[in-house]
Ligand binder design. Sequence first.
Ligand code: NAP
Length: 245
Amino acid sequence: MPLIGFGTHPMRGDEATEAVLTALAAGYRLVDTATRYRNEEAVGAALARTDVPRAELFVTTKMPPDRVGLERRTLEESLTALGTDYVDLWLIHWPPGGYPGVTSWREFRRARDEGLARAIGVSNYPVELIDALHDATGEYPAVNQRQWGPGDYDADFADAHRRRGIVLSAHSPLRSTDLSHPVFAETAGRHGCGVHEVVVAWNLHHGVAVTVKSAHRDRMERNLSAAGVTLSPEEIARINALATG
Ligand SMILES: NC(=O)c1ccc[n+]([C@@H]2O[C@H](COP(=O)([O-])OP(=O)(O)OC[C@H]3O[C@@H](n4cnc5c(N)ncnc54)[C@H](OP(=O)(O)O)[C@@H]3O)[C@@H](O)[C@H]2O)c1
């Protein structure tokens, strides 16, 4: 799973198709969509047009919780819209009704075993609900995607994922961060990069995968270049201290 992925929400139609093509040309290999985004067809149009072979792409989509009981149909609709035989990662978008969604998780495992999804996971789940899925089936999600920026930082939460072998994946890392805090400008100045790259680099330092969206090629490229920014332990500590929880 690429550590920096391209987010497609809230783009739709031609804007989404063009943005995904631009992101792939800029070097992204993970494309993040969802049934709820209503852009899978537009993303699929980009996947059909790109020169990048399907095997080199990592496509994530998500089932909204109101499709409980319709898991298989929902995935088949996603695959048709995306124009692919499988997704690389299929997530339960939120805990259905605030519950773990064990029946959905069983259906997810079945679809994965049949090869329709290479890996399965969840999104916006607290650890207790993840444990409930494991208690019921003996299998943890491969990934938990949730809002995760410096303000959300919670070392215990991240550690709970690490101990269970679950990849923590950040969505909205930039949107959820007060980038006007001086620590970002100071850190960016030292590394000769922008404040947004500092946030992406901070996530990578913690072993957190990042899904980031931009409609602009220069920003897409800068966000991707954060992989080359290595923050010092002092810089990491200062950013960790911005946690509001
Ligand atoms: N699982 C979930 O429940 C969930 C929820 C929300 C999002 N997501 C996924 O995560 C992805 C990213 O989340 P997000 O879109 O909410 O937030 P984000 O990627 O943290 O921030 C996106 C915003 O930041 C701007 N931006 C990006 N890079 C920039 C840069 N280098 N300089 C200046 N501005 C920059 C974008 O503007 P421009 O586009 O104008 O450049 C956009 O307004 C979504 O697209 C979606 O795929 C998942």
